[in-house]
Design a protein around this ligand. Structure first.
Ligand SMILES: [Zn+2]
Length: 236
């Protein structure tokens, strides 16, 4: 998690240097050149995909407008979200990262049948967002309480009808009022962007949350600069 190099195919971080300056993933055995953009897409193709990604366009539209198969677009978006998620942890202190690592190991999202919690952390002026199964809630709160981080948890509430059934978030700990305001603004932004889009598998949820946290953190960055930053992340 602390390493910036990850396998573009499966997201694994244990990599070996192999012949011809390539890297090989210890998990899926994929080999690639770290100095090239992933997935055999040309730089201009990546640039166009990034432009659509920053504008929140769906994969169907990106595929239609770039004339690249939808399957490849989905692959590209997955790679992109992985590098973003990997980059986003840099806004947290090491000890907080360890707590989150421990939680995701103890409570794998693949195994939960209930709607996961959305977890928001705020350090300095940046938001970090991820998802944890509800089963891990008490441990999460216990471990983060007293640490130097502002955190908020959004939990699914079962209501009697559609109107009362929803996610509600609560800030558990903060150091200054500004953090509450920031988390609330992020929640509103996320609600508008993510919640409307269905069909996200639970295990992929942290990647989408990372995407929106990254976009939120860069909301005052120009689109050109955002594209440059994302290209840098992709080219390791
Ligand atoms: Zn791999």
């Amino acid at each position: 998690m602390k390493n910036t190099l990850i396998c573009p195919r499966c997201g694994n971080i244990k990599l070996y240097r192999v012949r011809r300056n390539k890297l090989m993933c210890s998990s899926c055995r994929y080999e690639w050149r770290p100095d090239r953009l992933p997935l055999r897409l040309r730089n201009d193709q990546w640039e166009t995909i990034l432009r659509h990604f920053i504008a929140d366009h769906c994969s169907n539209r990106i595929s239609r407008e770039t004339h690249i198969e939808r399957r490849r677009i989905l692959r590209a978006l997955l790679v992109l979200r992985r590098v973003i998620a990997n980059d986003l942890v840099s806004c947290l202190d090491g000890c907080i990262i360890d707590i989150l690592d421990g939680l995701s190991e103890a409570y794998p999202l693949e195994e939960t049948r209930r709607r996961p919690l959305y977890v928001f952390l705020c350090q300095r002026k940046e938001i970090y967002a991820t998802a944890v199964p509800e089963e891990g809630r008490s441990r999460l709160v216990e471990e983060l309480m007293g640490s130097k981080v502002c955190f908020s948890v959004a939990q699914w509430r079962e209501g009697v009808d559609v109107k009362t059934r929803r996610y509600t978030h609560r800030v558990h700990q903060f150091e200054n009022e500004g953090q509450i305001d920031l988390v609330n603004r992020f929640w509103k932004y996320l609600w508008g962007s993510l919640i409307g889009r269905g069909g996200i598998r639970y295990r992929r949820l942290p990647l989408y949350l990372a995407e929106y946290a990254w976009k939120f953190n860069h909301r005052n960055t120009s689109k050109v600069r955002q594209r440059k930053l994302l290209l840098d992340l992709l080219s390791y």
